[in-house]
Design a protein around this ligand. Structure first.
Ligand code: C5P
Length: 235
């Protein structure tokens, strides 16, 4: 799996994406989220792929197993590299997602890696206890979901840097821990509550980092990207 920092392309239009990517003259690993995909569909994926970049399609699927399987079968045909589901959909749904990806991957191509969202980083412990009716500490639920994802055959999870070590202990080093909420030291935190630098993410066991605004909103995004790469790789 590509270990380059994953740039979150949180832009509203394909034109914004193209303008942003045109500044770079190297293959990147980028994340396309719901906003961009639901407005533009597979064409945005094909356009980014045509430029030679790897793609994490962050759609966080959560539905009945058969529907998720069919959706994944279609997504695998798009030649994406990484995709995700909600672990709360259960182990049958996660297994179905994996089957869909395997069935949909064209001959001679590698199956996209599949990771699970455990508890969203926007979910508080209070909300989890009172609304989801899951008792206990949030990290217990996160580790439980990570183990469930591993047992279902998934390749890893999306998690906060703060959870990466516990997940490494429970699921091993090779299990992917893809961590957003990354900032350069002294940079704006925006709406993220818990942030970490690339160096801390590496030390805590992240296998991939997702970086959005610290690169996309930088005065010089190419320079900011290279700073992140250096800090991430030099550890
Ligand atoms: O701009 P920033 O670096 O905060 O962007 C982080 C990206 O990672 C966004 O696309 C956000 O939706 C995503 N993400 C997150 N926290 C999660 C899951 C995804 O910030 N738990």
């Amino acid at each position: 799996m590509n270990t380059k920092p994953i740039i979150a392309l949180d832009f509203p239009t394909p034109e914004d994406v193209t303008t942003f990517l045109s500044q770079f003259d190297e293959p990147l690993f980028v994340k396309v989220g719901m906003e961009l995909y639901l407005q533009n569909g597979p064409s945005i994926i094909r356009a980014i792929k045509a430029l030679g970049h790897d793609i994490f399609l962050d759609l966080k699927l959560h539905d009945i197993p058969n529907t998720v399987k069919s959706a994944m079968k279609g997504l695998a045909k798009l030649d994406i590299d990484l995709v995700n589901v909600h672990a709360a959909g259960g182990s049958l749904m996660m297994k179905a997602a994996l089957e869909g990806l395997i069935e949909g991957t064209p001959e001679g191509k590698e199956r996209p890696a599949l990771i699970a969202v455990t508890q969203l980083t926007s979910t508080s412990e209070e909300q989890m206890n009172n609304e989801q009716k899951i008792p206990g500490a949030i990290f217990e639920s996160v580790v439980h979901y990570a183990k469930l994802a591993k047992d279902a055959g998934l390749d890893g999870v999306v998690c906060s840097v703060l959870e990466a070590k516990m997940i490494e202990e429970a699921c091993g080093k090779a299990f992917l821990k893809v961590t957003p909420g990354i900032r350069l030291a002294g940079g704006a935190t925006h709406d993220q509550k818990r942030v970490a630098t690339p160096q801390v993410a590496r030390a805590e066991g992240s296998t991939q980092i997702v970086v959005g605004r610290a690169i996309t909103k930088a005065q010089n995004p190419v320079e900011a990207y290279h700073t992140v790469v250096q800090l991430w790789e030099d550890n």
